[in-house]
Design a protein around this ligand. Structure first.
Ligand code: UTP
Ligand code: MN
Length: 496
């Protein structure tokens, strides 16, 4: 866990430092709005592509990001490294001694929250606490300890939502849902500036390896653990091994770089448009809705979740296959797998299984289109359709498909993006929308509330009143909240 040695802990950057605009950084097109803050992103464990993405994102928002460590860096941002590891790295790579610079070592949570706020936030212990709890939650998930995962995730989420700064344990008095273990971790960090359990995890080979392998699309904890026990450690070792991969995992490994780069809202909107266009080719009055994190107004996400429905129930039958086949031949979809229900390893939470027909896919999004849209030059044209590059999609011939996939993966003009297409019968649409909007924690809490306090069973398909022995129909999300006796919670308030 990156931490700032106590004596050098950052006192916080004034938020009113927005200075005169001037050109700066290595990208002269973006204006630096916060020149007093200089960010250096540590590439180790973040990866080059993700680092490049985060650099661009920050520069677009007026932050100064330095490619190299230098005197003008005020914030060294790292992800999944201990403070000591970062200091050692800076020493080795940049010849900077531990006492030789005054920058703050900060967590990626500080960075992402600052991006969300659109200005550099003060560095608070909260960022470090959140990150520590997230690491513990992840480790619990990798050990398939669902209860611990949930407890740490909740604790991290609570710290994020606190409207005040946490400096002592007294600040946390009376807060429910903060378990003994989480409190112990928080106490240790507040007192010592670091937590040994978290530090040890970050240096733990099994933790690192399982995290690496489960970051591949199609790889769950069980598979990752199996590979770990077989002695595999890196993606290159996996590629070179004779391990039998599923088609999904092959695609996941092939597009791993792109898929670990966050998806922007512009990209999500564009993909929605592309899908809408394809869907309307076959069923002009079908409705496509952007769900998931983007519906909660998040700016970036790990994938794009789209619901497809038709007001006349039954019309949507057979649609998905047509749409996916067409998009595959157009080169828009690089990988696609249509399933009736998701009994896949990747869904660890039984209550989020649903039985909708869906396509877990990888889109090949033309970067040029994204750039055009970003500079508001998007014209309605057929250029949304793909070029001659063929994805494998539902191809039968594996070898030929393999070659095409490699060609597509090397295609620098396209970014691979994970997209979930979910087909929903109209009568279940409100429930599907509620279920697919998330967040996962919100859905869990809502379902738990329904069960415990209302004796009702809520899913992405329906709400069942156990006492009345009846399903409660709903045409809108608002009606579902009424059934549950709750005030309506808009999507952007469902993040925690
Ligand atoms: P995501 O995993 O896509 O999360 O699931 P997200 O909130 O959009 O965040 P990103 O993508 O990491 O930015 C979105 C919602 O869809 C539900 C989840 O429960 C979550 O609430 N979901 C996801 C399902 O119901 N079934 C699935 O198979 C996958
Ligand atoms: Mn999503």
């Amino acid at each position: 866990m990156a931490l700032l040695p106590r004596k050098r802990r950052c006192k916080g950057i004034p938020t009113s430092i927005a200075s005169q605009d001037h050109l700066g950084g290595s990208n002269p097109n973006d204006r630096v709005r916060f020149s007093e803050v200089g960010i250096f992103l540590v590439e180790r464990r973040m990866g080059a592509s993700r680092r490049r993405f985060l650099t661009e994102l920050a520069r677009k928002k007026g932050f100064r990001v330095e490619e190299q460590m230098s005197e003008s860096v005020t914030h060294v941002v790292s992800e999944n490294n201990t403070g000591n590891e970062v200091l050692e790295l800076l020493e080795k790579q940049n010849g900077i001694s531990r006492t030789g610079f005054n920058a703050a070592l900060v967590e990626i949570t500080w960075f992402t929250e600052s991006m969300g706020a659109g200005r550099p936030l003060e560095v608070e212990s909260r960022h470090q606490l959140q990150e520590a709890l997230k690491v513990l939650a992840e480790s619990a998930e990798l050990n398939e300890s669902e209860a611990r995962n949930l407890a740490f995730s909740r604790a991290s989420s609570i710290l994020k939502s606190l409207p005040y700064t946490v400096t002592t344990m007294e600040d946390l008095q009376g807060i429910p849902n903060l378990g003994v273990h989480s409190r112990k971790v928080i106490k240790e960090i507040l007192e010592d500036g670091t937590c040994s359990e978290v530090e040890n995890l970050l240096r733990n080979e099994r933790y690192q390896t399982l995290k690496r392998f489960t970051s591949i699309f199609g790889v769950g904890v069980k598979t990752a653990d199996k590979w770990y026990r077989e002695g595999l450690r890196t993606l290159d070792e996996l590629r070179a091994s004779d391990v039998k991969l599923t088609r999904e995992q092959e695609a996941g490994l092939l597009y791993h770089n792109d898929l670990n780069v966050p998806v922007t809202r512009t990209e999500a909107d564009l993909i929605k448009q592309i899908v809408e266009r394809a869907v309307h080719k076959f069923l002009p009055t079908a409705v496509v809705t952007l769900a998931g994190g983007f519906r909660r107004e998040k700016e970036i996400g790990h994938d794009v979740d789209l619901l497809i429905t038709h007001p006349e129930e039954g019309k949507e039958e057979g649609l998905l296959c047509q749409v996916v086949n067409w998009m595959t031949t157009e080169g828009l979809i690089l990988y696609g797998d249509i399933t009736g229900s998701s009994h896949k390893e990747r869904s660890k939470e039984p209550e989020i299984f649903d039985h909708f027909e869906k396509c877990l896919s990888i889109f090949g999004l033309k970067k040029e289109l994204v750039n055009n849209l970003e500079s508001k030059n998007l014209r309605n044209s057929d250029s949304l359709a793909g070029d001659e590059t063929q994805g494998i999609g539902l191809a039968d011939h594996k070898e030929a498909a393999q070659q095409v996939m490699v060609a597509a993966a090397c295609n620098k003009d396209r970014k691979a993006v994970r997209v979930d297409l979910v087909v929903v019968p109209y009568s279940q649409y409100a429930y599907a929308l509620l279920g697919w909007t998330g967040s996962r924690l919100f859905e869990r809490d809502l379902r738990r509330y329904a069960k415990r306090l209302k004796n009702m069973s809520l899913s992405s398909h329906s709400l069942f009143d156990i006492e009345q022995n009846a399903f409660l129909p709903a045409a809108t999300e608002e009606e579902i909240f009424v059934h549950l006796g709750l005030e309506y919670i808009p999507p952007h308030e469902r993040n925690a």
